[in-house]
Design a protein around this ligand. Sequence first.
Ligand code: AMP
Ligand code: MG
Length: 688
Amino acid sequence: MVDWSGGNDTGPTPRKDAIWIGEAGQSPRYLRNRLLAEEDLAEQIETSLTKGERMLIGFDFPFGYPAGFARALTGQADPMAVWDWLTARIEDAPAANNRFDVAGAINRGFGGASGPFWGNPLKREIDGLARTKAGYANPFADKRACETRARGSFTCWQLAGAGAVGSQVLMGLPVLNRLRQRFAGQVAIWPFDPLTAPVAFVEIWPGLINAAVRAATGNGQIRDAVQVDMMARVLAGLAPDRLAAMLAVNAPEEGWIFGLGLEQELTAPVSLKPPPLRNDCFALPPGVDWTPVDQALGMLQDRLTPVVGIEEVPLMQAAGRVLAGDLVALRSNPPQANTAVDGYGFAAASLPEGDVVLPLVQGRSAAGVPFQGAVPAGHAVRVLTGAALPKGVDTVVLDEDCAVDGGHVAFRGGVKPGANTRRAGEDVTKGAVALQVGQLMTPADLALAAAVGLGRVPVFERLRVGVLSTGDEVVEPGAEAGPGQIFDANRAMLLTMIARFGFEPVDLGRVPDDRSALRARLDEASQRVHLVLTSGGASAGDEDHVSALLREAGAMQEWRIALKPGRPLALGLWEGVPVFGLPGNPVAAFVCTLIFARPAMGLLAGAGWSVPQGFDMPAGFSKSKKLGRREYLRARIRDGRVEVFKSEGSGRVSGLSWAEGLVELPDGAALIQPGDRVRYIPFGSFGL
Ligand code: AMP
Ligand code: MG
């Protein structure tokens, strides 16, 4: 799947709006200009033909123009004649091309009309090519039949501006045409040729899977790369009969967008199977000794993407779930202008100067039972809160400000036009995005979604997080404990934290310090969960089997983070499932979960990256802090000051229980005196 570009070469650094090629089973490739892309595609076609394979290549630009253009330009109603016409005239080099001049020449060919092409971003004027759409006349339709059905698609006549596709067509068709001639008879152009040749060029439009792409695009990832990758995986996964059904269209002149009208089928496979994490997602830059907390967090933020599928649930079941797509308002809120109070409505423009007495019309407008007919100028009508404003009414005066006598209402002058009314759509307008993908649905969000008419919403599957304790010394709380043994404090704590974060905890039990037992447990877990948290055995010692196993599996990194409390974290993938090897000490396990695992889980769950809200508060303690690491102290607020626990020992579980939040001390050295401001993050900010 190819994301094309009509622009010039901007250098070797992968960027958006250049050319991206996605291929099922491979990482997306960046190609900095069309010349390289043409060669790359030619090589791939060559290879496939040699191997006797069939190949479908998708390009994200129109293969044809609106009806009538081909004949007007070339004398034949054949899209291939347009391809040939352009191939003979378009000049292309990495740093420059003549697309605007060709467009100008085409426009001039239609008798000097200012169309069909428009958009000239160059410094120089081009005869016949309007700079903007203003004052422009198009002898042809603005859009092809398929584009009128594809919401958000652009017209092929627009050559400049964000999202414009016109340049891609002019610069793309000659490339496809050359490839078609180079492999003569072996390439079919869809939907113009029968699909009997081994290679097919197919017009695609990633806009069809927009929501799924947005949901899967991690922070710092290039969307163009994500979408060609996703498109390729989707197409490769389609059942042959569905693929055939999608290719069976009849559009001999204008062409068509693959999958248009069948978007559900295009996104369904994505929903079931999100892209796997890359094997190197936990790699640290070489030579780093103690990684600062922010750098470690930045790496997680850049590399982790959602690993959960998408489902649709009734609104009532959406609380606590993460939105998997934008929610677009089906209706405005409020849907019609209505009154905010009980009172009397009239047209403000019909009021006389000074105090007012208006005759009342018969009837009233109540919520859900609107007044039928219009209120004549100089008249008023009874209205009740929430009622639609009748025709002829734009202003309401409050009951309490009125005197009513028989058929008249009297009130003081000076009522502001529009007073006590709500405009249609003043809160949310129909078609606007009411809630964005990644939103964790709160009760208020449910109210908003309901108000704009949504009964079902797309959400990410709940992230399943397994918790495993390791260590020969660890026994089940309440069981018999011999000398040297301790009770498993971490598992209950971590499982509960996960539930509080809104994820689904999965108890993976305990395993002794035994490599084959641990391996078996991880194998089993990787089938059931999206993420595993282990505690204990994460360092590099003899009995640190979690790190040893992950290292053996080839996808393990020991993260030595400049953080107290916390020792090395072992991060790795087991059968593609991320494993966070937390320290065994409950205090360190707790802090590392809040600081590292929690935001990482947010990304994996589709909720995006989150930073806990902290508050600067006066210290109620003194401390001299060393340079070179971040510290978190168990803390709480009393009498407007931050207290810290009497001991910083990382085995002191009672201090965790005592605390109601953490004090975050920055990486530099610090001498803290009572009254100095320190950053306090309540546990509630972490979702606990
Ligand atoms: P480790 O990370 O395995 O070297 O363990 C560090 C410390 O944490 C040791 O004192 C362990 O006994 C203790 N520890 C390990 N796992 C747990 C657990 N599940 N509950 C309480 N303490 C633990
Ligand atoms: Mg241990």
